[in-house]
Write a protein that binds this ligand. Structure first.
Ligand code: FAD
Length: 568
């Protein structure tokens, strides 16, 4: 009885706290969640880049999309899809092998929107100039809500490029791969309207070094491109194992070759690509990744026998580009959260966003974010115009530079943005831990940092005309910023002797990426952005920590541009 009395008393005290002088839990000086805003409208730099890089026609659609995904309901999907992680069943209750990954409904909702919006395929079906730019901008927006489902979107998008190399398979598979539908059923591809595609290269004994692949491909009948084989081996990392088919590398009699391996055989039986377990990932948790055994899995050869790496690199080049998009999107969301928080939180009598030292940190984060997005959309334009020689060189080299540089810069950026939010930034029920744990991933998969640098070294050795095109691109803004001119001269000077390029590759690639970003901002961004970027990153003092912008930078203008005040 007395317990009930106590509850009543407690309830009363909550209703009338002042009666006890105990109003201890009134929440003051804390923002509410940033929801119900248009992610596209809030991003001035993005809409300018979309126009400048050739996709002005997409503005209306991006505006609609930005409003849709900025609603509280949509943003919540991103949170839920990570909170309720995928589960895996090897068999059904009767003992039949099913390899079924079960996702929370929020994950399916995110996937459905992405596929219906065509983020997995639009440049392959929409022939307008600027299609890659429009798609990159949309994916950049989407990735700010949730990055994990970006993986199957990116792989499905990229796979189309490699599958095209085998016209008979392409005619059969591409219509369903590019269809704007989402069909998550675990049934044979023949019964579905829309398909998703994964990729399986990495094995235990070698990831970067895919030529160490030991999986064997045994011909079922006639050998060669388009023909059926059975694969025996393992794949140590297979993201999105619920995909309908996978591009796989395996050793055929004539050498390492690329194969398309369906999840189900066309006769309706289970293809023995058996998922052993799901990976225990530190981030990217909405997305499943599996370890698999291939026990005679049916697959068709894609492209020439023995040319597996050059076939699958068509896919990998596109997923590497998507890593740039995803990391740029992650930076943008981290910046937005940091800036929003600091505009709604005071300390020592002033808003955090009005404190000079915090302005320095936030403006520096904004410069990094804009440079990443701008470089990404520039490479998207190059992809739109690959028939032009210069643009083709930019797509080739710019992807390696951007995949290395942008994806590497994201982790430190996420950490600094989290710190701007203070202690609450460290809490799991907010967005910062998710951004932080996601941040290193794009630097690792699809080829780690060193592998990207070695790819640039390969360009120096085998495609010197691409290096010439790179310097032509930067020279277009020669004379517009003295620091940039000097920086590029020094870089060129250090390239006269290429003898120990592997050892020096990180230093060289860092500087190439920075020159590219600086030139891009000088060409496209307001002078207060471009000048601050050049002065903080290209002078003799290197950029050790965020928040060390030099004197005279217009931080207020940079922050107004980063998130206009109506979005506070
Ligand atoms: C969450 C997640 C999902 C993944 N999903 C997939 C997937 O779907 N399909 C798939 O095929 N793979 C997938 N991977 C695997 C990923 O692509 C590999 O982990 C990556 O390519 C590195 O390979 P590795 O792990 O074998 O590392 P290693 O190849 O052993 O590399 C270790 C380190 O050595 C460096 N290194 C390698 N060679 C050199 C060199 N010559 N000089 C200097 N440094 C070098 C690398 O840069 C790296 O830093 C996934 C990985 C993760 C984390």
């Amino acid at each position: 009885m007395s317990a009930i009395k106590n509850v009543v008393l407690l309830q009363n005290s909550t209703a009338m706290p002042d009666a006890y002088g105990a109003a201890t839990h009134v929440v003051e000086n804390q923002p509410t969640d940033l929801v119900n805003y248009n992610l596209f409208k809030a991003d001035i730099a993005l809409s300018e880049s979309v126009n400048l890089e050739g996709a002005v026609w997409a503005t209306e659609d991006l505006n609609r999309f930005g409003a849709l995904i900025g609603t509280a309901e949509y943003l919540e999907l991103g949170h839920l899809a990570n909170k309720f992680q995928p589960e895996f069943d090897t068999h059904d209750r009767y003992g039949r092998r099913v390899d079924q990954v079960r996702f929370h409904p929020s994950y399916h909702a995110l996937m459905r929107v992405a596929f219906e919006e065509g983020i997995h395929s639009s440049p392959w079906t929409d022939k307008r100039a600027g299609a890659h730019v429009a798609r990159a901008a949309k994916f950049y927006l989407l990735s700010q809500v949730e990055a994990g489902h970006g993986c199957p979107i990116a792989m499905t998008f990229a796979a189309a490029r490699a599958i095209k190399m085998q016209p008979d398979l392409a005619a059969q598979w591409l219509p369903k791969i590019t269809a704007r539908h989402y069909d998550p059923r675990n049934v044979p591809a023949e019964q579905k309207q829309a398909l998703t595609i994964g990729m399986a290269m990495t094995e235990k004994q070698g990831g970067s070094d895919v030529r160490a692949n030991a999986t064997r491909a045994i011909p079922v009948g006639i050998e060669g491109p388009g023909q059926a084989y059975e694969l025996v081996g393992h794949k140590f990392f297979v993201s999105a194992p619920m995909s309908d088919a996978f591009l796989v590398l395996a050793q055929a009699p004539g050498g390492l070759s690329c194969f398309l391996m369906p999840r189900w055989r066309p006769d309706g039986s289970k293809n023995p690509m058996q998922v052993q377990r799901l990976k225990k990932k530190m981030g990217n948790t909405s997305n499943a990744a599996g370890e698999t055994e291939l026990r005679g899995a049916l697959a068709w050869m894609v492209g020439a026998e023995g040319r597996g790496v050059s076939t699958i690199i068509e896919m990998v080049a596109m997923t590497r580009f998507d890593c740039m998009i995803l990391s740029s999107g992650g930076m943008r969301m981290a910046l937005t959260q940091a800036l929003y928080h600091c505009r709604n939180r005071s300390a020592f009598g002033k808003l955090l966003s009005d404190q000079p030292l915090m302005q320095n940190v936030l403006a520096d984060l904004a410069l990094e974010s804009e440079a990443a997005m701008s470089m990404t959309l520039r490479i998207a334009r190059a992809l739109d115009h690959r028939d032009n020689e210069h643009e083709d060189h930019m797509a080739r080299l710019g992807t390696a530079l951007g995949k290395y540089w942008i994806c590497k810069r994201t982790a430190q950026h996420a950490c600094e943005a989290m710190e701007c939010v203070g202690g609450s930034g460290f809490m799991e029920d907010g967005p910062m831990p998710r951004l932080y744990r996601e941040a290193p991933l794009n630097a690792i998969w699809e080829g780690c940092g060193n592998v990207q640098c070695l790819d640039v070294v390969r360009v120096f050795r085998k495609e010197p005309e691409t290096v010439v095109a790179f310097f032509n691109e930067i020279s277009a803004v020669r004379g517009l910023h003295a620091l940039l001119d000097r920086y590029v001269d020094e870089l060129q000077n250090d390239l006269i002797d290429l003898s120990d390029m592997e050892y020096r590759a990180r230093d060289i690639v860092d500087r190439m990426a920075l020159s590219f970003q600086a030139a891009q901002l000088v060409r496209t961004a307001p002078s207060f952005v471009a000048d601050a970027f050049c002065r903080s990153r290209l002078d003799s003092r290197s950029h050790h920590q965020y928040g060390a912008l030099p004197r005279g930078v217009d931080v207020v203008a940079i922050l107004d541009r980063a998130l206009p005040s109506q979005f506070e």
